[in-house]
Structures are given as structure tokens and as C-alpha cells.
Design a protein around this ligand. Sequence first.
Ligand code: DQA
Length: 140
Amino acid sequence: MKILVINGVNLDMLGVREPQIYGGRTLDDINADLSKVAKNLGAEIEFVQSNIEGEIVEFIHKGRQFDGIILNAGAYTHYSIAVRDAISSIDTPCVEVHLSNVHKREEFRHTSVISAVCKGVIAGFGENSYKLALYALLNK
Ligand code: DQA
């Protein structure tokens, strides 16, 4: 199984950005751990990140060559119809993930324009959200 992990806007700032909400570890730390888990489960994994909406759309298109996508779109989750349309353009199952429990936070974070076109949603487990998404996609 080949899995593509896409992190969107401002997720390159993990470790620096609001550590009380997102934790103190960097995206590289999180990806390194996830990579070990994937290896133990016999899965191939690739990581990409961008702050640019159109690049995230292109990463999702590239997801056609994978068996599953794990997507933390960051703030684009809440308003990017372009990201939503990209997910619904392809057949690869996509899991929406969030480090924080968006439903416990500001009201504008309670809306996701992408959930309806994703296979499932995992939020609120910090970096474990990505691991749970991986287990789900690998059916473990
Ligand atoms: C986030 C939640 C979003 O509301 C926020 O804009 C982010 C990160 C999360 O992982 O908790 O950038 O997706």
C-alpha cells in the first residue's frame, strides 16, 4: 500500500506555532514517527506540505497514484472549495485529519467543506491523528 500524507497551510510552523494547541513537535518529527509506523506495517509513505492552495490541489491530483491520502488541509479545510473539488475528482480514499479537536474551538472551525468528500475524519488526537488515519487506510 502506498500512502500520501499532505499537510497544508501553516503546518510547516508546527513546533513554533501555538504549542499549547498543536504541541511542541515539528512536522519533520511527526513525519519521522509516522514513517516508522508505516514501515512496521509494510506500507510505503510519502510526505508533502504546502502553504499554497493550488499546490495542495496538485498534490491531491498526484494522490491518484496512491492507495490512500491522509490530508490535514489546515485552515483550507474550512473554506476551500478547490480542495474539496480536487478530492472529489479522484477515486483514492482521503482521510481528513486535524491535530486539534476543531469542534471544541472557534465556531468557524466547526465547518469543514471537505468532510463530505472524505472517507472519514479524525480530529483531536494530536500527532496520533495521523497514525489513526494510517491504521484506518491500511485496515489495521
Ligand atoms: C488544524 C485545525 C485548523 O482549524 C487550523 O486552521 C490548522 C490546523 C489542526 O490540525 O488542528 O491549521 O487543521
